[in-house]
Design a protein around this ligand. Structure first.
Ligand code: SF4
Length: 257
């Protein structure tokens, strides 16, 4: 059994509690205009030539080889209580292939984290649920029509999946909403209202907010894709949304990604 990935990042500090080994699964069914990992969106292995240099994004790796790579960092899991994070792309889209690896990691008591948009059929989420120790859930655009048009996100499935997570055994302290902030989409008034409503409903979950950035421009160039330049969110806007969320949930943090 194999999975398709773009990268394995050792010693990662932004992808879950303590020191993580992050596996970036290739393939995503959304198209966020601010995506900073565009090389993870296509399910295909991509090869390009730039200035006579070949660049390749994505490769298939057997579960055995992936586990060997993950276990190189075992010392961080045992001595530091770190773990493994599956990110992407959308990692839940390869959950059937990943399952034997998750079973093996669980048998070794290795902490497992997922970073997900929750834009997946619920049966895929149900497969993952029993292996999730920590989960980061994107919250982006929540108006049905705009979410479909801009992101390709089905908001009804998103809410359905949130309910599945909420009623699961996952410790609520280990569930975190991650909200990317930009003036063009997520900080629009109506979207902020929807975001606040959702945060209020799931007030036991943690919340992290961050400004989207334009640092991935060269990746888009490498992939021969158009890049959208986003205006910068200023600190006043950041603090304003932070305070609004804080009124509903004191476990809100500002992070940079
Ligand atoms: S869900 Fe994540 S990986 Fe997929 S397009 Fe959006 S930002 Fe990129």
């Amino acid at each position: 059994m194999a999975v398709r990935i773009t990268n394995i990042q050792h010693f990662s500090l932004d992808d879950g509690p303590r020191i993580r080994t992050t596996v970036f699964l290739k393939g995503c069914n959304l198209a966020c205009p601010w995506c900073c990992n565009p090389e993870n969106i296509s399910f295909e292995i991509e090869n390009y030539v730039h200035d006579n240099q070949e660049e390749s994004f994505g490769y298939d790796i057997s579960l055995d080889d992936l586990e060997k790579e993950i276990l190189k960092d075992e010392v961080f899991y045992t001595e530091n209580n770190g773990g493994v994070t599956f990110s992407g792309g959308e990692p839940l889209l390869q959950i059937r292939e990943l399952k034997p690896l998750l079973k093996s990691l669980r048998s070794k008591n290795i902490n497992i984290c997922f970073e997900t948009s929750l834009s997946v059929p619920s049966d895929l989420l149900e497969i993952a649920i029993e292996y999730i120790d920590e989960i980061f859930i994107d919250m982006k655009i929540l108006d049905k029509e705009e979410a479909k048009n801009v992101l390709n996100l089905d908001v009804d499935s998103y809410y359905k999946n949130l309910e599945i997570i909420n009623s699961s055994e996952i410790d609520k302290n280990r569930i975190t909403f991650r909200i990317p902030l930009n003036n063009e989409y997520t900080l629009k008034d109506d979207n902020v209202k929807n975001i606040l409503k959702c945060i209020e409903k799931y007030s036991d979950f943690n919340v992290e907010i961050f400004k989207t950035h334009n640092l991935a421009e060269s990746k888009y160039e490498s992939l021969n894709q158009d890049f959208t330049n986003f205006s910068a969110v200023d600190d006043n806007e950041l603090n304003e949304i932070f305070e609004k969320i804080k009124e509903l949930n004191s476990d809100v943090k500002i992070i940079s990604l």
